[in-house]
Design a protein around this ligand. Structure first.
Ligand code: ZN
Length: 172
């Protein structure tokens, strides 16, 4: 398992909903957790490791409120968005070293199945709401650069390609 970089075509595919959560899916989620922590990242969607299943992992630390949460979401969906929006800088493990301001709803209500196969419905705000929106976008083949102008989007994706080539040359 490794993290795919833009413009990999699997990042543009829709992930499939899980009919039932199998042992195998929990294994995938645990592996994703490991890769995400190593990266390090605050969230990871299964598309990013080339698996088209609706699985997201989160490792979120809110230093202001001294709150840590590490959890797995199967079949997550956002069922409510706040009218208020907020601009925050985003990055992505599939677009290393690229950052841009993105405007999104401030708060959401998310529904998902957890690793105990229980359906969870939860109101989320602030930075955590931001991470979840970003990761759930991945499951429908969407990247944060899609919120930018096509010019800016292309520049960021080109930079990822350039960085990759540099790395490859250095490894030679
Ligand atoms: Zn991402």
């Amino acid at each position: 398992m490794e993290i795919l970089l833009a413009p990999h075509p699997l990042l543009r595919q829709k992930a499939n909903k899980l009919k039932i959560i199998k042992e195998e899916d929990i294994k995938i989620a645990n592996q994703m957790m490991e890769i995400m922590d190593k990266a390090p990242g605050v969230g990871l969607a299964a598309n990013q490791v080339g698996i088209l299943k609706q699985i997201v992992t989160i490792n979120f630390e809110d230093k202001v409120n001294n709150k840590k949460s590490k959890y797995i979401l199967f079949n997550p969906s956002i069922i409510k968005y706040s009218i208020e929006t907020v601009v925050m800088e985003e990055g992505c493990l599939s677009l290393p070293e690229q950052y841009a301001d993105v405007e999104r709803p401030q708060d959401i209500v998310v529904e998902y199945i957890d690793e105990n196969k229980k359906t969870v419905k939860r109101a989320v705000e602030g930075y955590e709401a931001r991470i979840l929106q970003h990761e759930i976008d991945h499951l429908s083949g969407k990247l944060f650069v899609d919120y930018l102008s096509s010019l800016k989007r292309n520049i960021l994706i080109k930079k990822v390609k350039k960085l990759q080539n540099l790395k490859k040359n250095n490894e030679r």
